[in-house]
Write a protein that binds this ligand. Structure first.
Ligand SMILES: [Zn+2]
Ligand SMILES: [Zn+2]
Length: 315
């Protein structure tokens, strides 16, 4: 009888535990410019796993040191870089999203670098070409030293993240025409996380790229499977639309979530975890952006302002 009760409890409780699983995040860098020791890079792993993928890689070793200082890891920096980070997802090839990965590549281990073709072609031609930096990748100018392996991603094709329990899909974004960026939808079990690289608002960029991403994730918001969204805000609302350079302000950020609210139903966005990335720390921008976002948050999003090295959960 006890066995039957135990089996019954397990069958009732385990799907619940599964549904809540989610992710953990260690931000290695959080700012959108000028702070050259603290640029966009977020380590993401399924809850309970130390097999991470790094979402962009503007700052790597400086962020790992900060994270160890804040007790995000109980191993040394070498182990985090070489063993915990299993691969890199690169949204676009701007230096504030990739320089940490390049600079640390000599000390790094064999890894996959996942990116769309528009990004890989720049890495090949301009960074890992022996002129800017030794070619530690598997392609491009000879000799190719074959440490980093390019994994070209096609739109909306699910790809396993080697060495982890996660898979990823990529979607193109417009980051000031004609330049492209990428959104990544990461899946672990039944949980999802959505990471946007730098992006302009659809109506300023005259496109529907963000809307396409919102359409894909709307059902996951309804079913409570989307555990968090990383989206950028680079400038305060005072920045004129003609000077956005492919970025968002608090007003545009909330307008974009308004599109998701229409697709998924407003009630499902209340308390949705939203990580605010890429604030450009000029003058009082950080304080202003935080104030404006909180004032304009009629949807009741759970806004997370990440700090370098401070671990948090998305569940
Ligand atoms: Zn950037
Ligand atoms: Zn950029």
């Amino acid at each position: 009888m006890r066995k039957i009760i135990a089996a019954f409890l397990l069958s009732v409780l385990s799907p619940l535990a599964f549904a809540q699983k989610g992710f953990k995040v260690v931000p290695l860098g959080v700012k959108g410019g000028t702070a050259d020791g603290n640029l966009s890079a977020y380590m993401l792993a399924p809850a309970g796993s130390d097999a991470y993928v790094c979402l962009d890689a503007g700052t790597v070793s400086n962020g790992i040191d900060k994270a160890i200082g804040k007790n995000a890891f109980d191993v040394n920096a070498e182990t985090v870089l070489r063993k915990y980070i299993k691969g890199y997802l690169i949204s676009h090839p701007h230096l504030d999203h990739i320089s940490g990965m390049i600079i640390n590549s000599v000390d790094d281990t064999v890894k996959q670098v996942y990116a769309m073709e528009h990004c890989i072609s720049v890495m090949k031609a301009h960074y890992f070409n022996w002129q800017s930096w030794p070619n530690l990748t598997n392609d491009g100018n000879a000799p190719a030293l074959n440490k980093f392996r390019y994994q070209p991603m096609r739109e909306n094709v699910e790809t396993p993240v080697v060495g982890t329990e996660m898979t990823v899909r990529a979607f193109p974004l417009i980051h000031s025409r004609p330049y492209l960026s990428t959104a990544f939808l990461i899946k672990s079990g039944e949980s999802y996380a959505l990471y946007f690289g730098d992006t302009g608002p659809d109506s300023v960029e005259k496109t529907d790229h963000m809307q396409c991403v919102w359409t894909v994730v709307a059902p996951l918001v309804k079913s409570d499977q989307l555990k968090g969204v990383f989206l950028e805000v680079s400038y305060p609302d005072a920045q004129p639309d003609r000077q956005l350079y492919g970025h968002l302000t608090p007003k545009w950020f909330m307008k974009e979530f308004g599109v998701l609210a229409e697709l998924a139903g407003k009630e499902h966005l209340k308390n949705l975890n939203v990580v605010v990335t890429h604030i450009k720390p000029t003058g009082n921008n950080e304080e202003t952006i935080r104030r404006e976002l909180n004032a304009e948050n009629a949807l009741g999003l759970r806004l997370i302002f990440p700090e370098q090295g401070v671990k948090f959960e998305l569940k």
